[in-house]
Design a protein around this ligand. Sequence first.
Ligand SMILES: [Zn+2]
Ligand SMILES: [Zn+2]
Length: 408
Amino acid sequence: MIKYLVVLGLLLGSVNAFAQKISISIFNDINLSTVLITPTKGNYKLIIGDIQEVLHENQILYLTRVGDSIMVRDANRNLGTWKRVSIVGETSEDVIRVKPIMPSNPARLYDDNLSFYVEFDRIMAINLIDEEKYIAAVVEAEGGPNKEDEFYKAQALIVRTYTFKHLQKHINEGFNLCDGTHCQAYKGKSEIDEDIYSATSDTKDLIIVDSLNRPITAAFHANCGGETANSGDVWVESLPYLVSVPDRFCSSSRSATWERRVPLKEWKKFLSEQGVDTLKIEKHSDMNFEPRNRSKSYTAYGVIIPTTKIRSYFKLRSAWFSISVLKTEVRFSGRGYGHGVGLCQDGAINMASRGWTYDKIIEYYYKGVKIVNVDSVNVSDVKPDTLNVEHTEPDTMLPPPDSMRPPM
Ligand SMILES: [Zn+2]
Ligand SMILES: [Zn+2]
């Protein structure tokens, strides 16, 4: 650990050293107490205390938390109880499988090195990984498989810019980033890494900066519905490069439109919580809403309600919708999926398939930005995002829209 922190310290002190290894807390959202690990490729060494042992391919190791230490066993032996267990790859192509047993979770494959220790009453698992391999894996987790190369390159710049800005996000806990949506989704080794890894390495060291050469808040979302949102309309802060742009590239995608119905009772309850005197309602159609463009707010009987608030209350796919109030229910007909700020992934994928290059895609969605080598950025200009940017929501986080449900 101390060694890694020293490496990290050097890394953080110098921008030139960015293209190094970074440390990611894996299975960060799970209170691990037993894990099974298996080297599947390359050469690995197990390091516990002064002991160094070569691990064979497919050799199984069980790590179990015992108090503030970890008991290490293989198929035949108990290798003792240790404060720190390190598994160090000796080639650049080492791959290891990690399977949480308690609590049970699907196994994932990881590149490079792992170390384990107990903190916060759980086993912490830290993946020390080559930064470009990490970026490729995040591009896959956040961009999905089987997409266009130029889209992957644009996504790689977004991921690299975020990574560069947030290397210190978990530094007080002893690692750089976690693998959850708190930082960036990282689900282990990229599975189709040929394509994604080459898109990542083709853009090696490139990041996105604003007009003052500061790394940007590279917000992105699944589908904007035809017009992206101003950051100030969704979050508190307005940023000059996160401004609304029209987008005709995403309208034929699966997420371009959605519909959701909620009982009229729930809608009235919501309105009264916002300060609307619902006894005043005479005609249901008075509450209808049909914005021509993305609208920041909805007004009911003089009360102004942000559309983002309606979105989060009713778990809508986006904050761009029309409202039809019927006899017993309220129908939301919406456009897009996600917060709508910054790059629209469906639009970017379509642009890439029409021959747009990644730099043109980036410049379309982020206004007035530049793409530069990370070496040209002053360390003192690197500040973590001040916006509380939600990362793109995986499909599983929101209910499917009504129009996508199978008929009852
Ligand atoms: Zn995090
Ligand atoms: Zn779009």
